[in-house]
Design a protein around this ligand. Structure first.
Ligand code: DQQ
Length: 515
């Protein structure tokens, strides 16, 4: 097969690592690929105690092309060891890319189900792993499903969610029915190789307003179905634990945002109750995938894609950040709640705190001694009706740049308000995405527990368990943290801050060797 050079492959391969390492915007405690391109988390799992994170990877440069499965392992979900590439395109049904998929345990045999890309389309493929999950052999029968369902006019067809019910495997493949909506096609198998089509599990509505933050798109990427809380998928629910269908709304090449339905999966259908936004940052937490770890926790990773131009990514030598692993639980109102796994606390250094105090009136500023570009901030605040508080991070000394997290409570006295990320002054670089991100918050008695993790260009915010993820590109190297009440009365009950240690000490390799 003749390899053509991709037009974006302008940076010599041997320069990618040094460029990536030298970039002050490259996160230090989030997982990033050694250099080149990273997108979706794949095959996230824990196997014999070891956590595995596979990811969509292009070591040729910071652009999406001829995608392979990068691989890293961890014993604590905090520090990661690079492992050899797990899947690479080869002549046949994945010649143009090994796209997203999952890892399942087939009676002790690690097995990947992924989308092989060939002639511009994707089809389901399978590969089996060695006991250490480091060597993968593609199934000679690939693709294991020869074509999308006959007679349906689809927009696209790829990505997998695979689980077992008794002796039967079930699989969802993300798709969309043209002029109707996104969907997930359901299949059944006894051996992961021969699949019977059962029908669409649920169909969305593409007719809504594409500008809406909960528009369900024309295709569903990276579907992830699970029982949140107690019980196994397909079993009779013992309590109110909802079934959850996560998908990433896609439209004609545009990655829109992750959403989830809560409802009940039974038989061959999912009866939806409500649709929710998974992350108020929209496309900055895309293509999430979750797994149950050996202690029974549901842990989710998402792809924090870039907000800078294709050319800027290529020049930087790297693109894409993996979110911190998120503990995924069910709130009292039946929606999902998220928090970074507690293990992340191991990276905390240099604890400082700001005294509890009451802030009244516009512009009351708090003096913080906190600063840095790798930070973990934890605040507990109580907002009176109509009150607003602004937490600034990565603020330059001259005030020209800062990224502001705004918490506001509705004036009507209800326990509701808004979380907002104001990026309008995040960067003097006019080419980067600075669109405002926001979403509603419930706040009993005006109380908000806020956690903000800043890792250079990566920001993850959790307010009463609701996440808002984004990327920012400051140019001035500011490290200031500011806090001010801008409206009404705010009680600052606690404010703790830590700087965060990095997780990659050694020089990494683009194509890691077996460790
Ligand atoms: N990325 C993968 C696809 C998936 C998309 C390709 C989502 O399998 O649909 O890299 O970001």
């Amino acid at each position: 097969m003749t390899e053509t050079i991709h037009p974006l492959a302008t940076i010599p391969r041997e320069e990618l690592l040094s460029r990536a390492e030298a970039d002050p915007l490259r996160p230090r405690f989030h997982f990033v690929s050694p250099a080149g391109w990273l997108n979706d988390p794949n095959g996230v799992s824990q196997w014999n105690g070891t956590y595995h994170l596979f990811y969509q990877y292009n070591p040729e440069g910071a652009f999406h092309h001829r995608i392979q499965w990068g691989h890293a392992t961890s014993t604590d979900l905090v520090t990661w060891t690079d492992q050899p590439v797990a899947l690479e395109p080869s002549a046949g049904p994945d010649a143009e890319g090994c796209w997203s998929g999952v890892l399942v345990n087939d009676d002790g045999t690690p097995t990947l189900v992924y989308s092989g890309r060939f002639e511009g389309k994707e089809l389901p493929c399978v590969a089996v792993g060695s006991p250490d999950l480091l060597t993968w052999t593609k199934d000679p029968g690939n693709p294991v499903i020869a074509a999308p369902p006959a007679g349906v006019d689809i927009t696209a067809y790829r990505d997998h969610c695979v689980w077992r019910e008794g002796d039967t495997w079930r699989q969802l493949v993300g798709s969309g029915i043209r002029d109707v909506g996104g969907t997930a096609f359901l299949y059944e198998s006894s051996d992961l190789r021969t699949w019977d089509y059962r029908g669409p599990l649920l169909i969305g509505d593409a007719q809504g307003d594409p500008a809406d933050t909960d528009w369900t798109g024309t295709m569903w990427e990276c579907v992830d179905l699970f029982r949140a809380g107690q019980g196994r998928l397909g079993s009779a629910p013992a309590d109110h634990s909802p079934d959850v269908l996560v998908f990433s709304a896609w439209d004609d090449g545009e990655t829109r945002h992750p959403l989830y339905w809560t409802g009940r999966y039974a038989g061959d259908t999912f009866t939806s109750e409500a649709l929710h936004r998974l992350d108020y940052g929209g496309r900055f937490f895309y293509a999430p995938q979750s797994f149950l770890d050996e202690s029974g926790r549901r842990v989710m990773f998402g792809w924090m894609q870039e907000g800078r131009s294709d050319a800027a990514m290529v020049d930087a030598g790297w693109s894409g950040v993996m979110s911190l692993p998120r503990l995924t639980t069910v709130a009292n109102d039946g929606t999902l709640e998220f928090a970074p796994v507690p293990e992340i606390g191991k990276l905390r250094r240099n604890h400082t705190s700001v005294p509890a105090q009451v802030l009244v009136g516009a512009g009351t500023r708090v003096t913080t001694v906190v600063s840095g570009n790798q930070l973990d901030l934890e605040l507990d605040v109580q907002l009176a009706p109509g009150a607003e508080i602004r937490l600034g991070v990565l603020a330059s000394a001259d005030g020209a740049e800062q990224t502001v997290i705004v918490l506001g409570r509705d004036a009507d006295g209800t326990p509701t308000g808004t979380l907002r990320l104001d990026r309008t002054r995040s960067s003097l670089d006019s080419a980067v995405d600075v669109e405002e991100k926001s979403g509603p918050l419930s706040m009993t008695d005006g109380r908000v527990r806020l956690r903000v993790l800043v890792d250079r260009s990566a920001v993850e915010i959790f307010a009463n368990g609701k996440p808002l993820t984004a990327r920012i590109y400051p140019t001035l190297g500011g490290e200031g943290v500011t806090l001010a009440a801008t409206e009404g009365s705010v009680r600052l009950l606690s404010f703790d801050a830590w700087t965060m240690a990095g997780v990659f000490e050694e020089t990494r390799s683009l194509l890691p060797e077996r460790k």
